[in-house]
Design a binder for this molecule. Structure first.
Ligand SMILES: *Cc1c(COP(=O)(O)O)cnc(C)c1O
Length: 393
């Protein structure tokens, strides 16, 4: 059939560019030491930055949530799927974000991808302008497309170009949209400057804190706590399947923004609510994140980051040392990144090779992510293998 032939040709073209993606199948929970495709591996690829995905207190809370609320929600939030656990989680998240927002309210979503589609499509109509950072996550790019607003992309970290774009724009509604922590580089957006621009130009500042929530800030409240920001112009999206270890995401903003999303955001309205048990488990994740255990997990994570920075000795490969758990090593060509990942794999280390379109062409990389669940010995083994590989190649 011709339709299938053209897909086969497309797949072969991906192979030729070293861009074909393959999945691996894990038989054990998300953790540093996993059984994957029948082999024992040491993994540096998850976003489970605090090691909460398989934490006994979190999994017990999930089971308790299932016992209390059943397996599924059965309907969307606006029909009958909104459970007490969802409401409790939203109240808790609103309290967490209260120091950073005016009249804070929070809304729980099934995924961060959907939350970003919801925010951008509901806040930016056809008459709006979206100012999007060049390295933003795919879900923000897709959200901007769905919004059908005009989109201005500004270069990575370049608040000067953004200021010019804002000054030249006549749209009545403006949204500046940025990752808080960039998912493939690990660096942090200049949010203080971005917020000043948003306030000067009467724009929303939409921050995607997928990789900062749980990790940054003394209490793990994320990038807004890290910078100590507060403004009615802020709209924060945080995911709960990464450092929080469970799943779903939230948007926190002024109560009027949230009420608008409940009424108008199609990715919120037209989907079955996430299992209430998930929200119930997240209450325990938040207890850990905000408590002494969360603080000591963040301290341990920072020690592992420092160890990696101090001990890596690479020539020709660029370690993009970042202040977060995301520590990319840029090799450039897709083929080189794939070959390095294959050599690590042969040594029992699971580190993903990230290629375009996830990152710009010519910047294929090993995306090393560290977790508080790793030990210093785990990181030592990674560093030693990377140093040795780099010296051989
Ligand atoms: C993972 C991620 C998302 C999507 O969140 P999910 O809950 O996984 O759908 C959005 N933005 C960024 C920056 C991410 O890294």
């Amino acid at each position: 059939m011709q339709l299938l032939d053209s897909l086969e040709q497309g797949l072969q073209a991906l192979d030729a560019q070293h861009l074909r993606r393959r999945r691996r199948t894990a038989d054990t929970p998300c953790a540093p030491h996993v059984q994957v495709d029948g082999r024992a591996m040491l993994a540096f690829c998850s976003n489970d930055y605090l090691g909460l995905a398989a934490h006994p207190a979190v999994t017990a809370a999930f089971a308790e949530g299932v016992a209390r609320y059943g397996a599924g929600s059965g309907a969307s939030h606006l029909i009958s799927g909104h459970a007490r656990a969802h409401a409790q989680l939203e109240e808790r998240l609103a309290a967490i974000m209260a120091p950073h927002l005016e009249q804070a309210r929070a809304l729980y979503f099934c995924t961060g991808y959907m939350a970003n589609l919801a925010v951008l499509s509901a806040l930016a109509g056809k008459d709006a302008a979206i100012f999007s950072e060049a390295l933003n996550h795919a879900s923000l790019i897709d959200g901007a497309r769905l919004a059908r607003a005009e989109v201005h992309v500004y270069p990575h970290g370049d608040t000067g170009v953004l200021a010019e774009q804002l000054a030249a724009c006549r749209a009545s509604t403006k949204l500046i949209v940025t990752d808080g922590v960039f998912s493939m580089d690990g660096d942090i957006a200049p949010l203080r400057e971005l917020l000043a621009l948003a306030e000067r130009h009467g724009a929303w500042l939409v921050v995607d804190d997928a990789h900062g929530f749980g990790v940054l800030g003394d209490q793990g409240h994320g990038v807004l706590e890290h910078f100590g920001l507060r403004s009615p112009h802020l709209v924060l999206m945080g995911t709960l399947g990464k450092a929080a270890g469970v799943g779903g995401a939230f948007v926190a903003a002024h109560a009027t923004v949230i009420e608008w999303l409940v009424n108008r955001a199609r990715p919120y309205i037209f989907t079955t609510a996430a299992a209430p048990a998930q929200a119930h488990a997240l209450l325990t994740s938040l207890d850990i994140i905000e408590g002494d255990e969360g603080r000591s997990r963040r301290t341990h994570l920072q020690a592992l980051i420092a160890q990696l920075k101090d001990d890596l000795r690479l020539r020709g490969w660029q370690h993009m040392a970042s202040p977060t758990a995301i520590q990319p090593i840029v090799l450039g060509a897709n083929e080189h990144a794939l070959r390095a990942a294959a050599a690590l794999d042969a040594a029992g280390l699971w580190v993903p090779a990230i290629r375009p379109p996830t990152v710009p062409a010519g910047t294929a990389r090993l995306r090393v992510t560290l977790s508080a669940a790793h030990t210093a010995d785990d990181v030592g083994r990674l560093v030693q293998t990377l140093n040795q590989l780099n010296a051989e190649i």
